[in-house]
Design a binder for this molecule. Structure first.
Ligand SMILES: O=C(O)CCC(=O)C(=O)O
Ligand SMILES: [Fe+2]
Length: 391
């Protein structure tokens, strides 16, 4: 990436540890790990929009159960219209199938400090260790990435947004209106709605963590939210899931997500597979009209490992091409977060971003803090950089 090298030693070592963890999970297949039954529940969140706190808490309890189990769940009753969902999937198809190669090249992520723009299949591996693996299988996905900007936020933001590295810039680049008509407007409609939904979900996470419902509100006034359009071509030789065979065609390699949680929309039900605690791949087919939600690494570390950020991948085993739109929700990138028994923010007179926000329900004398304090954006940027060829 064309970016200045910044000294992020704490995050670099954590990114490395995340890779080591990932690889040990993938290579130690069928380890005999005792676990509760592993499930990806469907949660109808419609009651969470009710005026009754009891109704909202009942949904939060289901979310808590899912986050401490597989870390994955489906939501229905979310309130986002089907046409909004279909419009963004149609936009993805239009972008990948009709935009000429030279126009895509002009938007190449290598021109961006933050991996924004067009990401050709061969440019990244989501598991950075794959670069050096001998029997590496290239990923087939092609992507277009963008991030938060105040103009995409239905609240208009608070004017304090800073990029992942703290810079006061807008890191996004877009195709021209002439090249892909309606691109920005369609993105804005979808992004605005999933951003609203994310803030709503985070209030449910607060209840789930036995915190005041609006605990996170001041930390999502200019939140990070990277989103992607993804295209997985139809495989040349689709293969059924076979635990004894290494897949020869992979859409997106094994990884966990980096932020707080992900809201995933997919064009077809199948493709996503998640790694169970006994290290076998389990298909996680989408639910009609639903979104898949999964806990990501930053929330996992913030909850001191109480919430599970589970390894997953995409393998297209059908004869059809596949599109998806993941949205990775982060709190304000400049927010400092600490995993600790101490609620230091209560006594701290410093600005919100500098207070070390803690989740007191997640550390106990038996489960003391495992992670050093960190700013949200710093963590995500380091993890992102590790995926690029010249990152
Ligand atoms: O395309 C999908 O279904 C999942 C994508 C994903 O896991 C990711 O982009 O992190
Ligand atoms: Fe993912």
């Amino acid at each position: 990436m064309a970016t200045a090298t910044l000294a992020y030693s704490a995050t670099q070592s954590e990114a490395r540890r995340a890779q080591q963890y990932l690889n040990s999970r993938i290579t130690n297949r069928n380890a005999d790990v005792p676990h509760k039954s592993f499930s990806v529940p469907e949660i109808n969140i419609a009651p969470s929009f009710s005026a009754s706190l009891e109704d909202r808490k009942a949904v939060a309890a289901q979310i808590n159960e899912a986050c401490t189990n597989s870390g994955f769940f489906h939501i229905t009753g979310h309130g986002i219209a089907e046409h909004t969902r279909q419009d963004i999937l149609a936009l993805a198809k239009c972008f990948f199938k009709t935009l000429p190669h030279d126009k895509k090249e002009a938007l190449h992520v290598k021109h961006s400090n933050y991996m924004r723009g067009w990401e050709p299949a061969e440019y990244t591996y989501v598991n950075p260790e794959d670069w050096s693996a001998e029997d590496v299988v290239p990923e087939s996905k092609e992507g277009f990435n963008w991030g938060y900007e105040a103009g995409l936020d239905p609240t208009g933001g608070d004017g304090q947004f800073r990029e992942l590295d703290g810079a006061d810039v807008n890191g996004n680049s877009w195709p021209s209106e002439e090249d892909v008509p309606g691109f920005y407007e369609t993105i804005k409609e979808y992004y605005g709605q999933v951003l609203d939904l994310s803030r709503h979900l985070f209030r449910l996470f607060a209840l789930a963590l036995e915190l005041p419902e609006h605990y996170f509100d001041e930390m999502m006034t200019h939140p990070g939210g990277i989103a992607r359009l993804l295209y997985y071509p139809a495989p040349t030789n689709p293969q059924p899931l076979d635990p004894d065979q290494k897949d020869k065609e992979v859409g997106l390699g094994a990884h966990s997500d980096y932020e707080c949680f992900t809201i995933l929309l997919t064009s077809t039900a199948s493709g996503l597979e998640i790694l169970s605690p006994d290290n076998t791949w389990v298909p996680a087919p989408a639910v009609e009209g639903g979104f898949i939600i999964n806990v990501a690494d930053f929330l996992m570390r913030w909850t001191n490992g109480v919430y599970k950020s589970t390894v997953h991948r995409v393998v297209n085993r059908t004869k059809e091409e596949r599109y998806s739109v993941p949205f990775f929700f982060s709190i304000n990138y400049d927010q400092m977060v600490e995993v600790s028994l101490l609620r230091t923010y209560i006594v701290s007179p410093s600005p919100v971003a500098d207070r070390r926000q803690t989740l007191p329900s997640c550390t106990t004398p038996e489960n003391p803090s495992k992670f050093p304090p960190i700013r949200a954006g710093e963590y995500v940027l380091e993890r992102l950089r590790a995926t690029a060829k010249d990152g």
